[in-house]
Ligand binder design. Structure first.
Ligand SMILES: CC(C)(COP(=O)(O)OP(=O)(O)OC[C@H]1O[C@@H](n2cnc3c(N)ncnc32)[C@H](O)[C@@H]1OP(=O)(O)O)[C@@H](O)C(=O)NCCC(=O)NCCS
Length: 166
């Protein structure tokens, strides 16, 4: 299944696209203004490998050969959600999140949990997520940093899924 959202097409990724997906993830993360040294430190842990892409619930948004978005869910967890800086603020993040929530619901996971980038918590709150705790950053060499753990409520209850992107 693939769908079109005006400026891009949302479809399943191909495992061979893992380098392009990883580049998108790093570019998106850099949007928050983290120092280069910080990003370089995390880059190895942010590689999205072919096995992840071949697995169940991943989607990419693409315009031609250019990837603009990526979302990955594993069971009841939202593992990744990244939008390219040039595509932010156009509803794509919400659309990808909706797909992951819908997939989770179909697989029997009414709620999704995630460990949010602190800058992205407003986005998730906008979609009905609640802060449920804090967890230490999983990255070595990052002592003291904690990430907000959030829970998205059942998609069909508190926040209706958008039928289409903007
Ligand atoms: C967070 C992210 C996925 C949002 O994607 P996006 O395509 O820009 O978001 P949308 O355009 O779908 O925004 C949906 C709504 O959330 C709001 N929103 C988006 N980012 C927000 C933020 N950082 N804080 C508060 N609200 C935000 C939008 O204003 C919009 O609200 P509206 O419908 O009332 O206008 C994107 O900024 C991103 O990829 N950031 C870098 C990577 C990252 O941190 N990912 C999350 C990892 S946990």
């Amino acid at each position: 299944m693939a769908s079109r959202q005006g400026f891009c097409r949302i479809r399943r990724p191909r495992p061979a696209e893992w380098r392009a997906v990883t580049r998108l993830v790093l570019r998106s993360k850099a949007h928050w203004g983290y120092p280069g040294s910080f990003l370089a430190h995390f880059a190895p842990g942010m590689v999205v490998g072919p096995r992840t892409l071949a697995r169940g619930d991943c989607w990419v948004a693409a315009r031609g050969r250019c990837l603009l978005g990526f979302v990955a869910r594993r069971r009841g967890r939202l593992d990744d959600l990244f939008v390219a800086p040039e595509a932010m603020g156009r509803g794509l993040g919400g659309r990808l999140l909706a797909l992951a929530r819908r997939g989770g619901l179909a697989a029997g996971h009414r709620c999704l949990t995630l460990d949010a980038d602190p800058y992205a918590t407003g986005f998730y709150r906008r979609h009905g997520a609640r802060l449920v705790g804090w967890r230490p950053s999983p990255w070595p060499g990052d002592p003291g940093r904690r990430l907000p753990r959030m829970r998205l409520p059942p998609a069909n209850a508190s926040s209706p899924l958008p039928a289409r992107g903007r």
